[in-house]
Ligand binder design. Structure first.
Ligand SMILES: [Zn+2]
Length: 254
C-alpha cells in the first residue's frame, strides 16, 4: 500500500475527471491521500472530495503562505473556525514562500507561527511549505521547537545538511517528483538519510515526475516516486511502500 502524503485532488485541474484519477491511483495500490489546504476559497471543494471518498481522503486545514495577504487575519479566523467544527489530520500547508512575494514576509511569519500554535493546541503535525525561505522557516522552527512540534517538510529539495536540520526539528522529508529530475540533486544524497525520515508525495497537480515532467501531475504517479526512491536506497519498491506508509502513519496518527 502506498500513501500520497500531499495531493491537491480538489483542484480545478481535476474537476473533469476526478473519478478516473482516483481509480487510476487506487488500482496501483495508492489508498491514502492526505489533502493540504490553501485558503478559504477551497474549503468546500475539500469537504466534497472527502464526502465522495471518505475511506481514502484525509484532510488537513491551514493557510498556504502564498495566500497570506492583507486579509490574512480573516483567513486565519476561517481556519480556526473549521477546527472548532470538526477534526483534521494536520495543520497545512503552512510556512514561508519568498519565491512569489517577499513583501509579505513579516505577515507570513506571523501566520506560520500562529498556525503552529494551533497544531500544538490540537496535538497535530504541521505540513510545511518552504520556497526560497529555508533560513526563515528554520528561524521560526527554532523558536517553536519542542516535543509538541512535529510534521513534514513538504517537497523537500534542499541539501543533505538542510535535510539533517529539518529532521532535527522532528520533521519528516516529503519526497516527490523532484527526486526523478536530472537536476533535482536530492537523489544524490538521499540514501545517506535513514528512510524512516521519508514520506512520499506528489503535490498534484504540480511537479510531475519524469517522464511526465511539465504535465499535470496526479496521485497515481506517486508510484514513480516510489520506484526512484527504491533505486536510490537499493531496496525493493514494496519495501519502500511499506516503510513510507508506516512513516506517514507515525506522523498523521492514522
Ligand atoms: Zn501543496
Amino acid at each position: 500500500m502506498l500513501t500520497d502524503t500531499h495531493t491537491h485532488l480538489y483542484s480545478e485541474a481535476f474537476a473533469e475527471d476526478i473519478d478516473l484519477i482516483m481509480q487510476r491511483a487506487l488500482d496501483l495500490g495508492i489508498q491514502r491521500f492526505f489533502i493540504p489546504a490553501i485558503d478559504s476559497g477551497f474549503t468546500e471543494a475539500m469537504y466534497e472530495l472527502e464526502k465522495k471518498y471518505p475511506e481514502h481522503i484525509f484532510l488537513m486545514m491551514g493557510l498556504h503562505p502564498t495566500s497570506v495577504k492583507d486579509n490574512y487575519k480573516e483567513e486565519l479566523a476561517h481556519v480556526e473556525e473549521q477546527f472548532k467544527r470538526r477534526s483534521f489530520y494536520a495543520v497545512g500547508e503552512i510556512g514561508i514562500d519568498l519565491y512569489w512575494d517577499t513583501s509579505t514576509l513579516e505577515i507570513q511569519k506571523k501566520a506560520f507561527k500562529e498556525q503552529i500554535q494551533l497544531a500544538k493546541k490540537y496535538q497535530l503535525p504541521i505540513v510545511i511549505h518552504c520556497r526560497d525561505a529555508f533560513n526563515e522557516v528554520l528561524e521560526v522552527l527554532e523558536t517553536e521547537k519542542g516535543d509538541d512540534l512535529f510534521g513534514i517538510f513538504h517537497c523537500f529539495t534542499g541539501t543533505l545538511q538542510q535535510a539533517q536540520l529539518a529532521i532535527s526539528y522532528h520533521m519528516k522529508l516529503g519526497i516527490g517528483g523532484v527526486v526523478t529530475f536530472k537536476n533535482g540533486k536530492i537523489d544524490q544524497f538521499l540514501n545517506k538519510i535513514d528512510i524512516k525520515h521519508i514520506v512520499l508525495e506528489t503535490d498534484a497537480p504540480y511537479l510531475s515526475p519524469v517522464p511526465y515532467r511539465g504535465k499535470r501531475n496526479e496521485s497515481s504517479y506517486v508510484s514513480l516516486v516510489c520506484k526512484k526512491v527504491a533505486e536510490v536506497y537499493g531496496i525493493s519498491e514494496s519495501e519502500v511502500a511499506k516503510i513510507t506508509t508506516k512513516n506517514s502513519k507515525d506522523v498523521f496518527g492514522i
